[in-house]
Design a protein around this ligand. Structure first.
Ligand code: AGP
Length: 611
């Protein structure tokens, strides 16, 4: 996810654009840049810098941009490391057109190949740059917006763009498909932005650009058309939000926003990898299929929530890819007598890519000859640069300290990788693989159904927020879900909570059960469902307060406990992707009820970069 701002009016653009970027920094902050049309000769002048927006601000202090039309961008890298060259804006060959982009162009390689053949010179590794060269290709004797329209018809994937040209300096163009873009309508000035916070300080009159719409803004007006050039009438809406609310898009906390982003993020990740049924694509920076065919075992190394994703992965790799899989938390892995070698694939999972223990584990593994693949959310992070291959989760910046969208994105990356391994190692019948892919593709919709029940889940949460401790029980592929649910609760509500394999209850935890403790039982439909029901009966007979997570239509559970949160039916292998949402919402609403700092809980940091 990146942040885009554009301005056209009578005031100096630089400070308006910079202030707008600062308001969008939560969308991405690994590099940034700005271009302004200089009034003298209408030339385009660009300033870019890797690092946070402050680095760009410092650069502009010494090398200011003077002009009243411009675009700016803060980046969350998806293709190409966060370097100066890859920072946006990107220009055409003659520096007459400049563009910023938020999204992923899925067919950029084939487009780039063709443009290179036609003599276009590229200066970055980004997918974005193909768009501005495509516009250049068509921008011959037609208006800029028509050249933009022609170019956008050739790209597939998601985009929100802003474009300016020295040849038509009185225009600021925006367009979107799959990524958000809004117009801010001021007095003799207009704005474009990824999100309202960037421009709320100047105007609350907002036009929300729709899918496949193109806007042409001048100082005194705007025109909107569709990709076919048909004119559309869209009146500005008055936005009631203040800036703080708008950064969270109206959600009370980033964590709640990120919980609600999950269906879209995992749908995008699945489609990025499997655009057509049973074709699974792992291209960028990947170790060869030959090597993956030869590995004898997988060893997963991760911390916290990433460890729980890896634990689900153990069940998935062994069930789908038929590869023996071990796992350990990074802080233990790095000090163990590791019996790994060149036949081992180490899978390092980390949202930030900067967790010290995981990095140390990976370095140890490489010394022993193991190949390392990482599942990571931050392009260019240390872990990605020390791995033989990387599977990016493309979840966008996760601002809440408690990991939510990154967790389910890690799970999807694991399912996709397991499918890929199973396929290249002939470990699965094609019919079963097709069935599993179809089942995975239904998950975003099923997650969306769960999110429609948030109010009911909030009510269950609040009814139990006074209890002094929680026990989370799950079995098989949802045993890690129990661990993850407990971690979510303890880290944002400070209530003692522990996750346990339900089969272990009689080996100790049952002594804890009484009417003062909540027991969250994950009883979604599965081959161990009856065993979970027995656990629930044992807890009920000791007056434990049970919250069950069950599959829609399961009335049996309702008779055993009044507090049931239902999830849609699905193949049990994928149920961790569904039960994660009620567990996240349970923790969130209990934390809010207890007045805790949900997004920045005490004692914690988003990334543990020290031992
Ligand atoms: C999860 O909610 C926590 N914030 C924490 O356990 C986190 O998962 C852990 O620190 C690992 O971080 P990483 O994924 O960036 O390596």
């Amino acid at each position: 996810m990146c942040g885009i701002v554009g301005y056209i009016g009578g005031r100096p653009a630089q400070d308006i654009l910079l202030a707008g970027l600062k308001r969008l920094e939560y969308r991405g902050y690994d590099s940034s840049g700005m271009t302004v049309i200089l009034p003298v000769k209408n030339s385009l002048l660009t300033r870019k810098s890797p690092g946070k927006i402050n680095a760009l601000a410092k650069l502009l202090k010494y090398k200011p941009l003077k002009g009243s039309i411009g675009i700016a961008h803060t980046r969350w890298a998806t293709h190409g490391a966060p370097t100066q060259a890859n920072a946006h804006p990107h220009a055409d060959c003659d520096n007459e057109i400049v563009l910023v982009h938020n999204g992923i162009i899925e067919n950029y390689e084939i487009l780039k190949e063709q443009l290179l053949k036609e003599g276009h010179l590229f200066s970055s590794q980004t997918d974005t740059e193909v768009i501005v060269h495509l516009i250049e290709k068509f921008y011959k004797d037609i208006p800029l917006e028509d050249a933009v329209r022609k170019a956008l018809k050739l790209v597939s994937g998601s985009f929100a763009i802003a474009v300016i040209s020295s040849r038509e300096p009185e225009k600021l163009i925006g367009a979107r498909s799959g990524s958000p873009l809004i117009l801010g309508i001021g007095k003799n000035e207009n704005f474009i932005a990824s999100d309202a916070p960037a421009i709320l300080g100047y105007t609350k009159n907002i036009v929300f650009l729709g899918e496949n719409e193109i806007a042409v803004l001048s100082k005194n007006g705007y025109k909107i058309t569709d990709l076919e050039g048909r004119q559309l009438t869209k009146k500005p809406e008055r936005l009631a939000w203040d800036i703080e609310q708008a950064q969270k898009q109206g959600y009370k906390h980033f964590m709640l926003k990120e919980i609600n982003e999950q269906p879209g993020i995992i749908e995008n990740l699945i489609n990025l990898r499997i655009p057509r049924d049973s074709r699974i694509i792992f291209k960028e920076q990947f170790i060869g299929a030959q090597k993956l065919k030869s590995i004898k075992n997988i060893f997963v190394v991760a911390c916290g929530t990433a460890y729980h994703a890896g634990l689900v992965g153990k069940y998935i790799f062994e069930s789908i890819s038929k590869i023996p899989t071990q796992i350990d938390v990074s802080s233990e892995f790095r000090y163990r007598e590791l019996l790994i070698n060149k036949d081992t694939l180490v899978l390092a999972i980390s949202q930030s890519g900067e967790t010290a223990d995981t990095l140390a584990g990976v370095r140890q593994a490489r010394k022993l000859g193991a190949s390392v693949i990482s599942i990571c959310n931050v392009l260019g992070s240390t872990l990605t640069r020390e791995s033989d291959g990387v599977i990016y989760t493309h979840a966008g910046p996760e601002i809440g300290v408690a990991s939510t969208k990154a967790y389910t994105a890690q799970l999807v990356a694991i399912y996709l990788f397991a499918f890929y391994l199973a396929k290249i190692r002939n470990a699965i019948l094609p019919a079963r693989l097709d069935r599993l892919i179809k089942e995975l593709k239904k998950i975003p919709g099923r997650q969306a159904e769960i999110l429609k029940e948030q109010d009911a889940i909030a009510r269950v949460s609040r009814r139990h927020s006074h209890l002094g401790s929680f026990l989370y029980l799950g079995r098989n592929v949802n045993y890690p879900s129990a661990l993850e649910g407990a971690l979510k609760l303890k880290e944002i509500s400070y209530i003692p909570a522990e996750g346990y394999a339900a089969g272990e209850m009689k080996h100790g935890p049952i002594a804890l059960i009484d009417e003062y403790r909540a027991v969250v039982c994950i009883a979604a439909g599965s081959k161990v469902y009856e065993k979970m029901v027995s656990n629930i009966q044992e807890i009920r007979s000791r007056r434990g307060k049970i919250i069950a997570i069950a599959t829609e239509g399961d009335n049996n559970i309702k008779e055993l406990t009044g507090e049931v949160i239902y999830v849609p039916k699905c193949d049990e292998l994928f149920s961790p992707l569904l039960v994660a949402l009620p567990l996240q919402l349970l923790a969130y609403h209990i934390s809010v009820k207890r007045g805790c700092d949900v997004d920045q809980p005490r004692n914690l940091a988003k990334s543990v970069t020290v031992e």
